[in-house]
Design a protein around this ligand. Structure first.
Ligand SMILES: Cc1cc2nc3c(=O)[nH]c(=O)nc-3n(C[C@H](O)[C@H](O)[C@H](O)COP(=O)(O)OP(=O)(O)OC[C@H]3O[C@@H](n4cnc5c(N)ncnc54)[C@H](O)[C@@H]3O)c2cc1C
Length: 316
């Protein structure tokens, strides 16, 4: 399959670009290196944002979910590949071959929406856990948990959503969080409390096993009591932390460590566009609202690139 466009990054800029691309009938795909959409919004989920047009105030987590909900209307037209990290690009006569950790994408244009860099999952801070083959930081295939005793660690939407997803597949699901209060949607938390074993306030302390974890030792944060839980698989959703991207691999012109773009968000390389926190132009502001505006501008330019005659058809 040859795409018209691959969008790299599912932060605010990338998600909105995917929505705009679908509206303009561009044959596109969006890839995200982590297991969560929302980019930097996932770093400050609880923070209130006061400078989002149309909202006197909005929680960062809600804004990420709203952007995703809007994109989701078009997910069949512009699929999202999570856990897919762009690693390099090869230029051919009339297309690019994008290298990722999940294989190659052939595309005529690329939109860099990689923001401040990649986000890597925060790991379980237990040295023995590193070598174990049944501790996961994202889910690729739910069938691998069929009939298993699964522990899910974390208190955000990812942890709660995955625990609820697996409850009908696994033999048992235990959701463990260090606080009584979750950061996830209350409706889902209530559902989880009804349908699966929820343990709070517990924190993972040790893993028992050699190549694979057989039991997890957790500590009650209030009583300091240690409890051992038998398990076949442990899923860790402790959120993500930023890892700087290497811009030089794209061989586009940079200024102040950011990608230099023209007013239509084109980089120095034909067919490669860039938006959001990773770009530089005179007067650039590193804000969500500018990232979203740049996404619309870039998709407008990419639409013109493919259909010079076409009138842009954003829904109003
Ligand atoms: C603490 C904090 C508070 C903030 N508060 C506000 C505020 O109140 N108002 C405001 O307007 N702005 C705020 N910002 C800034 C705002 O979050 C950013 O401007 C915005 O997130 C930029 O969006 P983006 O899509 O360009 O990049 P990002 O949000 O950085 O998203 C980039 C995405 O690309 C992915 N990615 C990176 N490299 C690759 C790769 N090689 N392959 C695949 N995927 C990749 C990343 O995993 C990430 O999901 C705040 C920032 C911080 C850190």
């Amino acid at each position: 399959m040859i795409y018209d466009l691959v969008i790299i990054g599912a932060g605010p800029a990338g998600l909105y670009a995917a929505t705009c691309a679908a509206m303009n009938k561009i044959k596109a795909v969006i890839i995200e290196s982590s297991s969560e959409y929302g980019g930097q919004l996932t770093l400050y989920r609880e923070k209130t944002i006061y400078d989002m047009p149309g909202f006197a105030r909005i929680n960062a987590n809600d804004l990420a979910n709203n952007l995703f909900e809007q994109y989701k209307e078009y997910e069949n037209e512009v699929p999202l590949h999570m856990n897919t990290q762009a690693t390099g690009v090869e230029e051919h006569d009339d297309h690019y071959v994008l290298h990722t950790n999940q294989g190659l994408f052939i595309t005529k244009t690329i939109l860099l929406a990689n923001g401040g860099g990649m986000f890597a999952p925060k790991k379980l801070e237990i040295t023995e856990a590193e070598a174990m083959n049944n501790i996961f930081y994202f889910v690729k295939d739910t069938s691998q948990f069929k009939g298993k005793d699964v522990i899910v660690l974390g208190g955000g939407d990812s942890a709660v959503d995955w625990a609820l997803t697996l409850v009908d597949i696994a033999k048992s699901v235990t959701l463990i969080h260090r606080r009584h209060d979750f950061r996830a949607h209350q409706h889902n938390v209530d559902d989880a409390r009804k349908r699966l074993n929820v343990m709070t306030p517990f924190v993972a302390k040790d893993v028992i096993g050699v190549e694979s974890a057989k039991a997890l030792i957790v500590e009650n944060m209030e009583t300091k009591e240690l409890v051992s839980i038998q398990t076949d698989a442990i899923l860790v959703f402790y959120g993500v932390s930023p890892v700087k991207s290497k811009m030089d691999q794209w061989a586009v012109d940079v200024k102040d460590n950011s990608i230099l773009v023209s007013p239509n968000m084109q980089t120095s390389r034909k067919g490669i566009y860039a938006v959001g926190n990773s770009v530089f132009y005179e007067g650039k502001l590193r804000m969500i609202v500018t990232a979203l505006g740049e996404a619309a501008t870039a998709i407008g330019a990419i639409t013109k690139f493919f259909y010079p005659e076409k009138t842009l058809t954003y829904k109003h």
